[in-house]
Structures are given as structure tokens and as C-alpha cells.
Write a protein that binds this ligand. Structure first.
Ligand code: GUN
Length: 289
């Protein structure tokens, strides 16, 4: 069994990005610039955004954090999105999700200029992905495919089962995995899938992205399978300083011995998701000249 080290791979990619940033700056251009919009004080969102800002600093990007209170109106938030769309000093930005219930996430996403949508959530980028056109790819699917590539894990003709059909992970990942560059045969399983255990047990590559801690048990995994765990649920852990720890969607201890490759949580997909946002921002900066 080989443990896939997402942290190490992400660090390698960060070094590559940092070199390119130095080259950009040496030609007299400004550094790539990412902005993050954070609404309210959700613990998870605070942590994710703080990491994104720290990642920017590490590779030499400029970053800007824009905060709103929970009671910001939808139109105020959309006005800010329009302002960021028109800011020539900014290459890309994200609006951290989830948003408070009184704000339509879809409306906010659709207000973002697709050329600055480094999250890859705008319908134009999702449509371009489906058509195999250059697009900003949603960060987690982008990171997973990059991880498979860098570990030289064979994907062509392989049976890939993705558990979960979210707009951010499962759905776009299913499209990427079936594209010619990857060539997997893809099944998207979800809450209504019949005989889920059996469907999973037929996977050469099993990707768990349903957000249910330790849902995937050993009897759902084929001997020699590649298992990618996207889950990052915070579960209560009184023995830790923070009072919580991250749990994946895979019951790691019993599944790992059956696998050819497996990603841990934390340290697997998470760091790759973060670095993909940097890669998209660099792409945006390059296309800005
Ligand atoms: N919330 C959880 N993951 C993400 C992400 O990748 N981007 C944004 N904007 N919000 C998120």
C-alpha cells in the first residue's frame, strides 16, 4: 500500500509556482493577485480562507481579504462582486461558501466574471469543462487529477466510482475523469444508488466525496483499489486543543491494507485543493498579460 502524500505534492507544485511568480515579476509585471470574500464567522470558512491567504504569501502572490458581517444583503455582496470584476489590479477572486441563508449562492456565483472565477463555479466554466475547452476547474477535482498524474497511477480504461454528486466535487470530477486525458470509465453513485456496497467494490479507483465520516468500509473496497478520500468533516475530539479533528469519508484503518494507493485525511486531497486555487490564479494572471 502506498500512502499518497498530498502535502508533499502540493509543496512541490507551490515551489514551481513560486519560480514562475519570480519570472513574472522579473519582467516588470505585478505579482498575481487573488482576493477572497468572507461573509460571517463560520469556523470552517475562517480556517479555509486563512489558509488560502497564507498559501498566496508562500508563493509570492498578492492577496486581499474582504470581510462582511452575516447581515450583509445580497445586493451589497453582488455590488462588491461587480467591483472586483472591474478591478484591473486583481486576477481572480473567490466568494467563500456557504453563504448565509438569505443570500442566493447561485446569484452571487453567476455575478462573478467567468474570467476571474478561479473557483471554477461559474456556469460558463462548468460548461467549458463539459465541452473539454480551457476553463478554470473546480479546485478539488483539479487537485485529485493532478495527484493521480503525479503519482503516475494508471487511469485509462479503469473503473472509477465516485460517491457523491456535488456541484463542487463529484459532478465536475466525473467529467474530468471521463475526458480523453484520463480515460476512466466513470460511475457516479449517490444516496439513491442501489447495491452501493457492490458498486463501490467494483471500483479500480474509488473516490469518496459524500461528506459522511468513515462511510466507506473495507467490504466496499476491492483488493488493490486506489482510494481517494475527499471527506473533511469536523468531529468532536475533546482530547485535541481545538476540540475537533478532521475525519475522512473512508474508514482508513480497515480500508488502507486493501489498497494499492490511498490518500490520508488530513494531508491527502486537502493540500491539493488549496494548491489548485493557486494554479488557477496563476492561469488567470497569465491570461491577463
Ligand atoms: N467552501 C468549501 N469549499 C469551497 C471552495 O473550494 N471555494 C469556495 N468559494 N467555498 C468553498
Amino acid at each position: 500500500m502506498i500512502l499518497i502524500d498530498g502535502k508533499k505534492t502540493a509543496d512541490e507544485i507551490k515551489k514551481e509556482i513560486a519560480i514562475e511568480v519570480k519570472q513574472i515579476i522579473s519582467t516588470g509585471k505585478r505579482a498575481p493577485h487573488l482576493a477572497a470574500v468572507l461573509v460571517g464567522h463560520d469556523g470552517g470558512s475562517e480556517t479555509y480562507v486563512a489558509f488560502k491567504i497564507k498559501d498566496c504569501e508562500e508563493v509570492g502572490f498578492r492577496s486581499t481579504l474582504i470581510r462582511f458581517d452575516d447581515d450583509v444583503t445580497e445586493s451589497e455582496l453582488i455590488a462588491k462582486v461587480h467591483e472586483l470584476n472591474n478591478d484591473d489590479e486583481l486576477d481572480g477572486f473567490i466568494v467563500q461558501l456557504p453563504l448565509p441563508k438569505h443570500i442566493s449562492e447561485q446569484k452571487v456565483i453567476e455575478a462573478i466574471d467567468a474570467r476571474k472565477d478561479v473557483d471554477g463555479f461559474h456556469p460558463e466554466n462548468v460548461g467549458r469543462l463539459v465541452l473539454g475547452l480551457p476553463a478554470f476547474l473546480s479546485a478539488t477535482p483539479f487537485g485529485i487529477v493532478e495527484l493521480l498524474k503525479r503519482y503516475q497511477i494508471p487511469t485509462s480504461g479503469k473503473n472509477c466510482v465516485i460517491v457523491g454528486r456535488s456541484n463542487i466535487v463529484g459532478r465536475p470530477l466525473s467529467i474530468l475523469m471521463s475526458q480523453k486525458a484520463v480515460n476512466a470509465t466513470v460511475t457516479v453513485a449517490h444516496s439513491q444508488t442501489k447495491n452501493l456496497n457492490q458498486v463501490c467494490a467494483e471500483a479500480d479507483i474509488l473516490i469518496a466525496a459524500l461528506g459522511s465520516p468513515e462511510f466507506i468500509k473495507a467490504n466496499m473496497v476491492k483488493e488493490g483499489a486506489v482510494v481517494i478520500d475527499v471527506g473533511t468533516t469536523r468531529v468532536s475530539a475533546p482530547d485535541t486543543k481545538s476540540g475537533w479533528r478532521l475525519k475522512g469519508d473512508v474508514k482508513f484503518d480497515e480500508v488502507a491494507p486493501k489498497c494499492s494507493y490511498i490518500t490520508p485525511v488530513p494531508g491527502g486531497v486537502g493540500p491539493m485543493t488549496r494548491v489548485s486555487l493557486l494554479q488557477n490564479t496563476l492561469l488567470a494572471a497569465r491570461s491577463n498579460g
